[in-house]
Design a protein around this ligand. Sequence first.
Ligand code: NDP
Length: 320
Amino acid sequence: TQDTPLVLIPGKIHPRVVERLKAAHTVLQVPVEEVASLDEATRRRIRAMAFSYGGGKSGELIAALPALEIIANFGVGYDGVDVKAAAERGIIVTNTPDVLDDEVADTTIALLLNTARQFYQAESWLRAGHWQAEGPFALSPLSLRGRHVGLYGLGRIGREIASRLEPFKVKISYHTRTPRQDVSYGYAPSLLELARTVDTLICIVPKTPETHKAINAEVLQALGPKGIFISVGRGWSVDEEALISALKTGTIAGAGLDVFYSEPHVPAELLTFPNVSLLPHVASASVDTRNAMADLVVDNILGWLENRKALTPVPETPAR
Ligand code: NDP
């Protein structure tokens, strides 16, 4: 009927989200660019939206949906949602915290080890038959031994990365805007100070105006010639030109990247460095973890539509 609420899925999302929502509600799945041209009666029935990062269109979506009450974002990073526009309208935005922390932290450790020890190149050497034909793979110039790791960001995921680093017997420091009372790692009052203190830097901050290209030439210079840089937060936080130049000149020793400034574009030059490990934004991408994220998206929407209770609202748009 006219009053039955609709749940909108603009564009593509994890199939489990579609399946579970369809079991409970009427779902409308249309390409993002077609939402604004839906007839008004339909747009007025849309009360919930399950959203997977589509890049920059969420403000227009919000404007086109006068009855929208909740946007459930697939992912813990909700930089793809215009939270300001949502907050002004009293629309709740939810994300998927906690359920992916372990997976992302595991990936970060793997990326760090791959970067330092060049396991990708070693395996490629074996697969290409070089081991038998030419003998052992070259010794890795870098190692995790004796390193001092700095975390830029020590939130849900940063904490899990740090606790995994402890048994690796490395020193650990961090920078966040507010020092944490519940950890004994060294605190650096700025990112630059952190880069000066450590020889391994992991970026796991959200995409915000303040974190834009925070990893710049000065920070990389401070990290120094033994430096390894690992990027798992958002590509937004890295000045990729400065990084490429730092790798080329030996200003730092290596880098491991899961995220890029303008995904899925990866600067061609990065592919040419032997001391760089590259992943296509897969930190949380296991079947189990993505299922858990899908469930949290759905449970937020069902919780809201059925009990007026969103499970994991973001701080900018607290549940009423
Ligand atoms: P949290 O909100 O729990 O933690 C964010 C951390 O960053 C906090 O320690 C916060 O401390 C710090 N921070 C935020 N802004 C700044 C700043 N301007 N300067 C210094 N520190 C800052 O987020 P999560 O740990 O759950 O996730 C972090 C990000 O990781 C997500 O937003 C997402 O973008 C990214 N991510 C990437 C994935 C991938 O697939 N590669 C998967 C999952 C997440 P304080 O507020 O004190 O500054």
